[in-house]
Design a protein. Sequence first.
Length: 62
Amino acid sequence: MWVKFMDAPDGYAAEMWRELFNQEALAVRIVPPVQMGSMKEPREIWVPDGKTHVAREVLNKI
């Protein structure tokens, strides 16, 4: 099961977050808006339910 972890202001920022989380061995799903627009549209970042504490630790490192 996946849980919404954070919102990204656009697709470019979401990709940067994905790269950061992937480097820490954390799987990430980026959910685009319902109607697919451009990369300038906001995105949601989802992580596995049992790994939210890992994602918070990554954010604390920054």
